[in-house]
Design a protein around this ligand. Structure first.
Ligand code: NAP
Length: 311
């Protein structure tokens, strides 16, 4: 049996693993795909204190993982199917194995929000993308539409403009939500244009994305935007926010708008169960707050185990 099982291997889970392992808790971090969570698809991490070198998310995560493992945390890839949190001994049921632990930290993060329109799934990877770092280079000299009006959409639009011939930001309102400083840079960028009061209602093509139907959010009028004949295709990058990944604990933990409710010490409503990172109800979802959550959750788990399990 483990002292602590951490579900999720992003910044919150890895920081929790580091703190728990340093406190000599027998710790396992269970990740569904590969370490890193959303930060590994981020090109530049400019606002994590001390992270100032060119290499962004992937390098930061690699070091976080090595550091946690260096102190003895185990790391495994196993998609978790179910969690049983009520008993004194908690059970995490993976595809490969069942893990028993005295305490659990849910650090499952968030994932991109989808438009939800016809064609979106079909053309993902065939014109539709959720990761500029991964895919912008495929659109060298092509036209790209970026959907969204927040910090992510505008920052990624600027990144994509290094490759694309033209980037059009498609936003459902007539003003951006992004921070003013980020907006100003985008307005100065000659390759970036804006399509206001517009939402995408359908994505179409044959094999590759080649047209999209957009709707004016004020009049309801629809029109079709087609790829330039010489190009045959264009890119649609979607940055319209994120969804917490809490399906495993739905109906088990207290939630608010899909996010797990904790106190300031990361305790959920079930003793011995903690939450850390972007899946938690809070005001700022950043790497720096995720790692802080992880550190707090792990030290609280240590206290919980000390008080509830005899040696
Ligand atoms: P966000 O701030 O939630 O913005 C989402 C944007 O997408 C909004 O403009 C929203 O429109 C639009 N949107 C939402 N649902 C939509 C839909 N179904 N169809 C069309 N548009 C839709 O998300 P984010 O930009 O990904 O940022 C997430 C968090 O990370 C924020 O706290 C942000 O500050 C932070 N972040 C910070 C930085 C930085 O500091 N450099 C960089 C990236 C992200 P409305 O405006 O109409 O609501």
């Amino acid at each position: 049996m483990y002292d602590l099982a951490i579900v999720g291997g992003g910044p919150a889970g890895l920081a929790a693993g580091l703190y728990a392992a340093r406190a000599r808790l027998k710790t396992i971090i269970i990740e569904k795909e590969k370490a890193g969570g959303q930060i590994v698809i981020t090109d530049e991490v400019a606002n994590y204190p001390g992270s100032i070198e060119e290499a962004g998310g992937p390098s930061l995560i690699k070091r976080m993982k090595e550091q946690a493992e260096g102190f003895g945390a185990e790391f495994t890839i196993d998609p978790v199917q179910e969690v049983q949190l009520d008993g004194k001994v908690k059970k995490i049921i993976g595809k490969d194995k069942t893990y028993e632990a005295k305490a659990v930290i849910m650090a499952t993060g968030a994932s991109p929000r989808y438009i939800g329109c016809p064609g979106e799934k079909e053309f993902t990877g065939r014109g539709v993308s959720y990761c500029a770092t991964c895919d912008a280079a495929f659109f060298e000299d092509l036209e790209v539409y970026v959907i969204g009006g927040g910090d992510s959409a505008i920052e990624e639009a600027m990144f994509i403009s290094k490759y694309a011939r033209k980037v059009t930001v498609v936003h459902r309102r007539e003003e951006l939500k992004a921070a003013k400083s980020i907006q100003e840079k985008a307005f100065r960028n000659e390759k970036i244009e804006f399509m206001w009061n517009t939402q995408v209602v359908e994505l179409k093509g044959e094999g590759l994305l080649s047209s999209m139907v957009v709707e004016d959010t004020t009049t309801g009028e629809r029109r079709e935007i087609k790829a330039d004949e010489n190009d045959g295709t264009f890119g649609v990058f979607v940055f319209i926010g994120y969804m917490p990944q809490n399906a495993l604990v739905e109906g088990k933990l207290d939630m608010e708008h899909g996010y797990i409710v904790t106190d300031e010490n990361m305790h959920t409503n079930i003793p011995g169960v903690f939450a850390a990172g972007d899946n938690r109800a809070k005001s700022l979802r950043q790497v720096v707050t995720a790692t802080a959550d992880g550190a707090i959750a792990a030290t609280q788990a240590e206290k919980y185990i000390e008080n509830n399990f005899e040696e």
